[in-house]
Design a protein around this ligand. Structure first.
Ligand code: MN
Length: 502
């Protein structure tokens, strides 16, 4: 998907000349030990790069400008081993245009009670050096991640790793190109939004194409290419008998293989990493791309149905952030409820387009007519989602700002076998419970579409929202509806005013 090995995060330690060369050398050595130690954990998805300790405003400005300009540098971790007067950081922080984490750690975990003297105190003073750095960031209204604890603590290392993955997602977000095949579905409101603002805030380039542009690619796909791809389907999926060569629906499967090859080629040629479709806008295509969209999602492309470019981009970024982690991610829709008070839940699905990366078992490849839309019966993969902790993530445009909403879920086994359901699905318990979780989502203006992930946890998305400087609303086990309604009202005021603070 992405070449993660090229990504670097720079570790920058602040100090000043007051301490003299001997102490500063020790600061350098200690910082390097921390960097080597964090790299050696194997937890980080990127290489942490040690940078010599900065001691003057010029050195600070230089390193911040270098980080901003360096294509491989996706973020910076700062740490004040000693005291670094923070007026020295103002110019640098103004210049720094990469995400950054303030790691509030200390070289030694424990106090050496019997040996501690003032030299020791002067060297190991991040407890107050980092507070000085914290002040200037808050004074400048800078969004940054603060992580506190000893650098050898597993929880601290995990937080550094998660934030590093968020930085990967942010880097992927910059210049992320989304191809929209057709426009927004007629009259649907939540899938609309300000594409110029999305480019300013998230870096997304959103391009619309007539379906005819795609049809040209479809027509150029050769039968031999379709044969090869069909053979791959046979290897990966349980192909229904009536979809096999010579049978009733075999040609319908081949049509989807053609779409898959054409869409992939279209996106590779244009440098697109995400796409949308619209089942009301398929002129020239015999079927809605079902299997094709599912397969492209599994290959790492973002997808949004009905022209939903926001969820498409979000899914792509979630897939990038979770690369190599356990658990898949998919476009998803809250479809229908089980309202038995003793065992309530949500059946999530879509007309066709659920990513097989979330499948519990080998998907079945089937063809069924669509109930709506009046097109040919499309091929699709049918499966149940794997179970476990998951969340739905969505992005909406509130008119004066973007809002990202997360709802945590327990994905459980469906209560029945769903023999007649011709699409992939997931059955989940909404947090804190169905009534309050759904009400909170609805008060927040959340879409029926979302990016569903079994891989990530809310903190990844919170980190991302902070880097992007957009509103983040979390609906989880601790959500109280009364408090959430207040939060939404307070946020209205905050987002009206916050521009004037920066
Ligand atoms: Mn939909």
């Amino acid at each position: 998907m992405n070449n993660l090995t090229k990504n670097e995060i720079w570790f920058v330690t602040g100090s000043q000349h007051l301490y003299g060369p001997k102490t500063l050398q020790q600061v350098d050595v200690d910082s390097k030990t921390i960097v080597d130690g964090l790299n050696a954990t194997g937890k980080l998805p990127v290489e942490l790069i040690f940078k010599p300790v900065v001691k003057t405003p010029d050195e600070i400005l230089d390193i911040c400008m270098e980080a901003t300009a360096d294509k491989n540098c996706i973020g910076v971790i700062t740490w004040m081993h000693t005291f670094s007067p923070a007026k020295m950081w103002i110019a640098g922080l103004k210049a720094l245009q990469k995400p950054y984490m303030h790691l509030h750690t200390q070289f030694n975990r424990d106090l050496p009670w019997s040996e501690i003297d003032m030299d020791y105190m002067n060297l190991h003073q991040s407890a107050h050096g980092d507070r000085e750095f914290g002040f200037i960031n808050s004074r400048m209204r800078k969004n940054r991640k603060v992580v506190v604890g000893h650098w050898q603590d597993e929880n601290v290392q995990n937080q550094v790793a998660k934030w590093s993955r968020t930085a990967i997602g942010w880097a992927d977000s910059q210049g992320l190109k989304i191809a929209r095949f057709g426009d927004n579905m007629r009259n649907v409101a939540v899938t609309e939004g300000d594409k110029v603002e999305a480019q300013i805030k998230f870096g997304w380039e959103i391009h619309a194409y007539g379906v005819g542009d795609l049809v040209e690619y479809v027509e150029k796909v050769t039968d031999a290419e379709v044969d090869t791809l069909y053979n791959e389907y046979e290897q990966l999926y349980a192909v229904a008998e009536n979809c096999k060569p010579g049978k009733q629906y075999h040609e319908n499967v081949r049509v989807q293989a053609r779409y898959e090859i054409a869409m992939k080629r279209f996106m590779e040629n244009g440098g697109f990493k995400a796409f949308t479709s619209n089942f009301e806008n398929l002129t020239g295509l015999a079927q809605l791309p079902g299997l094709a969209s599912q397969r492209l999602m599994a290959a790492g492309y973002g997808f949004g149905a009905e022209g939903d470019w926001k969820q498409s981009a979000l899914l792509r970024i979630i897939k990038t952030m979770s690369q190599g982690m356990e658990g898949g991610s998919s476009f998803m829709e809250d479809y229908t409820y089980h309202l038995d008070p003793a065992n309530e839940g949500v059946l999530g699905a879509h007309m066709l387009e659920i990513c097989p990366s979330i499948a519990a078992k080998k998907p079945r490849l089937e063809v069924h007519p669509l109930g709506i839309g009046g097109k040919d019966a499309p091929a699709r993969l049918v499966f149940d989602s794997a179970t476990g902790d998951a969340m739905n993530v969505t992005l909406i445009d509130m008119g004066n700002r973007f809002r990202i909403i997360v709802n945590t879920l327990d994905v459980v086994e469906p209560l029945g076998s769903l023999p007649k359901l011709p699409v992939a699905s997931a059955f989940w318990k909404t947090h804190p419970n169905l009534a309050d979780g759904a009400a909170a989502w609805i008060y927040s203006g959340g879409t029926h579409h979302s990016a569903y992930t079994l891989a990530l946890t809310p903190d990844f998305i919170e980190n991302f929202a902070e880097i992007a400087d957009v509103e983040f609303v979390l609906i989880d086990k601790n959500t109280k509806l009364t408090e959430l309604k207040k939060e939404l009202r307070w946020n209205e005021i905050y987002y009206m005013l916050n521009g004037s603070l920066k």
